[in-house]
Design a protein around this ligand. Structure first.
Ligand code: 3HC
Length: 311
């Protein structure tokens, strides 16, 4: 690509300018954004499965209504993100085909099962908590449509995180069995949530380019640490034990030092061998089939409308 154009582009990024769809951009910048935004969208849509699993079994009407609203929000986040990716010249059908063909990723975290109601609390508190850590900086991403999509997503995520934490608080103030459910959920979700932030910086192939182009404002390890520092005190407030025997507060740095993360498990999960990968993909393929008639009807109606207005 033209060296002058590349230099001018980097100067715009360094000057904190927003890049918009019709601006010139390096092909690699466009490609990495399509990769990240489409996979972010896939994550939101697949994430509806573990959460949706408890809508019919929520313990009260209030909990059911909040969970229903959260799952609908996740679907909306997916649609904003697919729309943001489309501004980069990729069609929605193409992105969905990549997901269904196993060529595109979605967040590792959604390949774990939701075994009890406490998991819905742990997902809101921990998974949406982690998502917020990751998505707040994305509101300042250099690519306009992605940054703007994140602003509304973050507002809705904070409701998701709040309702999840309140579920955990209710269980921890309940009877022994309820508190045990909350502890069991923390035990199963803690480490997969740390993996959600991505591989360690030393093993992250995109971080250098993404930080140079201000797509990423913090590295994977920096965001992971921010999440741990914010969440450990919340676990202590709940009266729960974080399942990491090496966790200890380091006065000098002001950070919680943690034990080793099992990156082999992470590799296995993103390679498709996690507890629920096959089930999530099977379900997503099935819903694609079940929804085909809706897409055909919408297309036929749009064609008819176009003809009607043409005459
Ligand atoms: N799950 C699956 N794949 C992951 C992953 C994870 N948790 N973390 C990293 N990877 C993949 C990357 O996609 C990349 O593979 P690719 O080249 O095929 O895309 C590879 O591992 C190397 O990782 P990198 O750190 O080099 O990749 P990135 O620079 O893209 O960083 C990321 C990974 C931090 C997840 C970044 O892509 C990102 O910030 N994405 C946007 C946020 C996002 O996708 N969040 C998903 C959470 S779901 C959610 O928010 C729903 C909530 O409402 C509950």
């Amino acid at each position: 690509e033209d060296a002058d154009k590349l230099r001018a582009f980097q100067e715009r990024i360094d000057a904190e300018e927003r890049i918009e769809p019709n601006d010139w951009m390096p092909e690699a910048y466009r490609r990495t954004l399509v990769r990240q935004i489409s996979q972010h969208a896939h994550s939101e849509i697949i994430g509806m499965q573990p959460e949706g699993n408890w809508i019919t079994r929520a313990p009260s009407l209030r909990r059911k209504a909040a969970l229903l609203a959260k799952v609908q929000d996740e679907c909306g986040h997916g649609l904003y993100l697919y729309a943001a990716a489309e501004t980069l010249g990729v069609a929605r059908e193409e992105m969905v085909d990549q997901l269904l063909a196993g060529k595109a990723k979605y967040s590792s975290i959604f390949n774990y099962p939701t075994l009890t109601w406490a998991d819905i609390g742990a997902i809101g508190w921990l998974v949406d908590g982690a998502a917020i850590m990751n998505q707040i900086p994305l509101c300042r991403c250099s690519y306009g449509p992605y940054a703007r999509a994140m602003i509304r997503v973050c507002k809705e995520e904070s409701f998701h995180q709040r309702q999840g934490y309140e579920i955990m608080l209710t269980l921890c103030r309940g009877n022994a069995a309820q508190k045990e459910m909350a502890q069991d959920a923390l035990n199963r979700w803690w480490w997969p949530c740390l993996m959600m932030f991505g591989p360690p910086d030393s093993a992250s192939q995109h971080t250098d380019a993404s930080t140079k182009w201000k797509i990423k404002r913090f590295t994977n390890d920096e965001l992971r640490q921010k999440f741990i520092d914010a969440t450990v005190p919340q676990a202590h407030y709940l009266g729960l034990t974080v399942p990491d025997p090496e966790l200890r507060y380091d006065e000098a740095s002001g950070h919680w030092q943690h034990g080793a993360i099992d990156w082999e498990e992470f590799k296995q999960v993103i390679a498709g061998n996690g507890p629920c990968n096959a089930q999530r993909m099977e379900r997503r393929r099935q819903t694609e089939e079940d929804g085909a008639w809706v897409r055909e009807a919408a297309r036929a109606f749009a064609e008819k409308e176009k003809r009607r207005h043409r005459v």
